[in-house]
Design a protein around this ligand. Structure first.
Ligand code: NAD
Ligand code: UDP
Length: 311
């Protein structure tokens, strides 16, 4: 049994990771400031003696004796990370310094939830880890993209200079149950709009692409990444390489929900990446043959059922 700290543990991905690590028999400390996360996501765990919930903002230092840290705290939806851009970058950078300091003192292995956004609007397709990206440093997405890039730099420097055991994963668009209804990301937006009979809002022409990964596949990869040999730091892409246009996603959601919603087009936000698809060769090689198992339709059906129940 390990003592494991999850920052952002009350969020969408973090709450699924709490479930998984408790099921695996570990002690879990969940730290969250509830900016985008909610106690509802982990309420079923509150009576578990192996689970501890702490309201804390990681831009302040946190002390605990732990064996592993999963650093997930950071708003992930463009709507939320742009709401308070300076806070977002503080969370990524100062939060990383605080968590790396904790890892250094305790000797814990620390995993960083980085992002495909480090590739920006990519000029290489699909994106391998060796690609350095095409990121606007002064745009409306920069607080998130550059914050996450700086966090990766900090992780590697703490590793090189202080021998901290680090693992970096670059997560591609992930969806599933427990996404916040007001999250603003495309999968939850389209499902909620379809279920409520509202217009489906495609930004731009809808020909931009994304590759959607179901949350269970990500959680499996995170646990496998943490268990890799000490010398392996990543970064490793974690995503589902099946690529869809946003228009295809809208049509699939309408079909699966039997919705009467119509598809409308709104202006495309600035710096919206035109295409995104992970090259996952490294993940397959290093994570024991890991490969995403959930097809888009299957994952969408589960997520639709969740929102039907929640709304
Ligand atoms: P989320 O918004 O549901 O979860 C983030 C959690 O972090 C929330 O519970 C929030 O309250 C908490 N948080 C935010 N700032 C904090 C702070 N300063 N101190 C403490 N807690 C704080 O988003 P998610 O989709 O679950 O994303 C989790 C992580 O995975 C994020 O770091 C995100 O950047 C990364 N990621 C997610 C995706 C995706 O598609 N979901 C893709 C790439 C990377
Ligand atoms: N998008 C859309 N309608 C929405 C929300 C998002 O067309 O209601 C588009 C958005 O412009 C982007 C894609 O869907 O091209 C994915 O957006 P999301 O915010 O989910 O993630 P990210 O842009 O960070 O990949």
């Amino acid at each position: 049994m390990k003592r494991i700290l999850i920052t952002g543990g009350a969020g969408f991905i973090g709450s699924h990771l709490c479930d998984r690590l408790l099921n695996d028999g570990h002690d879990v400390i969940c730290v969250d400031n509830y900016f985008t996360g909610t106690r509802k996501n982990i309420i079923h765990l509150l009576s578990n003696p192996h689970f501890e919930l702490v309201r804390h903002d990681i831009i302040n230092p946190f002390m605990a004796e732990v064996d592993e840290i999963y650093n997930l705290a950071c708003p992930a939806s463009p709507v939320h990370y742009q709401y308070n851009a300076i806070k977002t970058i503080k969370t990524s950078v100062i939060g990383a310094i605080n968590m790396l300091g904790l890892a250094k003192r305790t000797g814990a292995t620390i995993l960083q939830a980085s992002t495909s956004e480090v590739y920006g609007d990519p000029l290489v397709h699909p994106q391998p880890e060796a690609y350095w990206g095409n990121v606007n440093p002064v745009g409306i997405r920069s607080c998130y993209d550059e914050g996450k890039r700086c966090a990766e730099t900090l992780f590697m420097d703490y590793h090189r200079k202080n021998n901290v055991l680090v693992k970096i994963i670059r997560i591609f668009n992930t969806y599933g149950t427990r996404m916040h209804p007001q999250d603003g990301r495309v999968v939850s937006n389209f499902i909620i709009q379809a279920l409520q009979g509202k217009d489906i809002t495609i930004y731009g022409d809808g020909l931009q692409t994304r590759s959607f990964q179901y949350v269970d596949d990500l959680v499996e990869a995170m646990v496998r990444m943490m268990a890799t040999p000490k010398a392996f730091t990543g970064p490793v892409n974690i995503g589902n390489p099946n690529e869809f246009t946003i228009l295809e996603l809208a049509q699939t959601v309408v079909a699966l929900t039997h919705s009467k919603s119509k598809i409308i087009h709104l202006p495309l936000p600035a710096d919206d990446p035109k295409q995104r698809k992970p090259d996952i060769h490294l993940a397959k090689e290093k994570l024991g043959g890991w490969t995403p198992a959930t097809h888009l339709e299957e994952g969408l059906r589960k997520t639709i059922a969740y929102f039907k129940n929640t709304l």
